[in-house]
Design a protein around this ligand. Structure first.
Ligand SMILES: Cc1ncc(COP(=O)(O)O)c(C=O)c1O
Ligand SMILES: N[C@@H](CCOP(=O)(O)O)C(=O)O
Length: 472
């Protein structure tokens, strides 16, 4: 076996693992997030050579250096080919220009109409192949504010080696998002409407990972962006879109609608692999913890406010831990101290040098409800283009960046199809966008879900019972 890149936990108290083990592990046993020992480098010549390649080939080429075992690298080209064959657009992630130097990167042409498909379709294939190779089963538990859950269900439904339990905040996702998760007949899919917020769901998920007996009993695995494979697969579209607007010969900025910080972290990884990114712009909605943290240096969650961009109604942004790890010079003790403080006193202060390092690469903006509606209306009026409300926060932040630096192109990530949020669109432009027919037809069956209270023990026993029954 040819062992290459390995992974360490941000908290430094868990074993270092190979990629395939990270794929199945989810959260590290010390509560930290796995991250590679180093980021592979891509030269300007190799970046230039990506022009004209298919998305699947580009993904295989860029992801391969992150894999540890030669056999996994060999399987990758087939996995990317099959994953991206499920998309409705030949380009997979096409770019549309909506103003001078302002581009929208459409990441919603996959089977569930959100950017999550770009990573989840591949992750599903990679995970299934490892489970088959090792003759194992897994219980996947995921927390969702609307889109990860649908993408995970689509990627794993019907697979005999996995049971999937998705926790979503009851009453806090759009009707389309809910039906994508609940109108599913496959018996290996279990959808739980949690009486709480996304943060409550993610908190329970992380506690389940830290419950070693439970973790072992059900063979717990995770497909949220705590799983490194999610982040690395999301890195690919930063390269494809930057090349389309002139990289490596031209620098590019990205505006990213942000909640759990996985997507913008993928941009940061692309930059550290060698992609010439000028600025990474974090766009939040009214749930502005990231904008506040970057402006003030204090990371302090507040209560979640429901907005028209519900997938970003998040206050505890999981992947910020990976950024902080790098920004502190990979100081495990600093990370442990920060997250102990968050648990005990509900906040932490970002060390000054780390804050300076973050500010050197990231801008952040919080975009309120009225501005979001105004941006959807403006882009429709000026460019005849319909933005979903999450994307609108990114486009608004991108316009602010262009006002300061009109010469550097900005790519705004379009993270969801507007038809997932028809009420918000109708409010802004007076008409409802239509779902693609093949998707609308799948939302008509009976809904299957269980409402559970926000209680870790109750959720754990529900999952353990159902997982046991599935294995009997
Ligand atoms: C449509 C949409 N936009 C933006 C985000 C935020 O992405 P991230 O959590 O990776 O920051 C999400 C949720 O992840 C989402 O579903
Ligand atoms: N917005 C997400 C929240 C979970 O994010 P993830 O990237 O960590 O899976 C969602 O739609 O569920």
């Amino acid at each position: 076996m040819d062992l290459k890149l390995r992974y360490l936990s941000t908290r430094g108290e868990a074993a270092q693992l190979a990629f395939d083990d990270v794929l199945l592990a989810g959260l590290a046993t010390d509560g930290g997030l796995y991250t590679p020992l180093a980021y592979p480098h891509v030269s300007p010549k190799d970046i230039a050579a990506l022009a004209g390649q298919s998305y699947a080939d580009t993904a295989a080429q860029l992801i391969a250096p992150f894999l540890t075992e030669e056999a996994a690298r060999e399987a990758l080209r087939e996995q990317t080919k099959s994953a991206y064959a499920t998309f409705r657009h030949r380009a997979i992630a096409p770019l549309t220009q909506i103003a001078d130097n302002l581009f929208v990167l459409e990441l919603f042409h996959g089977p569930t109409l959100a950017f999550k498909d770009l990573a989840m379709q591949l992750l599903g294939r990679m995970m299934n192949d490892v489970l088959e190779k090792r003759n194992l089963r897994a219980t996947i538990v995921g927390a969702t504010s609307g889109d990860t859950g649908a993408a995970a269900i689509e990627a794993f439904r019907g697979l005999p080696r996995v049971d999937v339990f998705i926790l979503y905040p009851h009453g806090r996702v759009s009707d389309v998002q809910r039906k994508q998760m609940t109108c599913v007949a496959d018996e290996n899919i279990h959808t739980i409407a949690l009486e709480g917020t996304f943060d409550d769901a993610q908190n329970i998920l992380k506690r389940l990972f830290r419950n070693q007996p439970f973790r072992e009993r059900v063979s717990l695995a995770g497909v949220n962006s705590i799983n490194w494979a999610r982040v690395v697969a999301q890195m690919v579209y930063y390269f494809t879109s930057a090349v389309s607007v002139g990289a490596p010969h031209r620098r590019v900025s990205f505006a990213v609608p942000t909640g759990n910080f996985g997507d913008v972290l993928a941009g940061y990884i692309a930059k550290h692999m060698g992609l010439p990114i000028e600025r990474l712009i974090v766009a939040t909605n009214a749930n502005d913890i990231l904008a506040r943290a970057i402006a003030t240096g204090r990371y302090e969650p507040r209560g979640v406010t429901p907005t028209q961009s519900p997938s970003m109604d998040i206050q505890v942004s999981s992947n910020f831990e990976r950024l902080l790890f790098d920004a502190t010079g990979r100081d495990h003790a600093a990370i442990r101290a920060a997250f102990a403080s968050l648990e005990q006193s509900g906040a932490f202060d970002i060390p000054a040098a780390a804050l300076a390092a973050i500010r050197a690469e990231f801008d952040a903006a919080s975009v309120g409800e009225a501005e979001t509606t105004d941006e959807i209306a403006r882009t429709w009026r000026d460019a005849g283009y319909v933005l979903d409300p999450h994307t609108a926060t990114g486009v608004r932040a991108a316009r602010a960046r262009l006002a300061q630096d009109p010469a550097t192109p900005v790519v705004a990530l379009s993270t969801a199809h507007p038809a997932k949020f028809p009420e918000a669109i109708e409010r802004a432009i007076g008409k409802r966008p239509l779902l693609p027919e093949s998707i609308a037809a799948r939302l008509e069956g009976p809904e299957r879900f269980t409402i559970l209270e926000n209680d870790e023990a109750r959720i754990a026993s529900f999952i353990a019972e159902r997982a046991r029954a599935a294995r009997a």
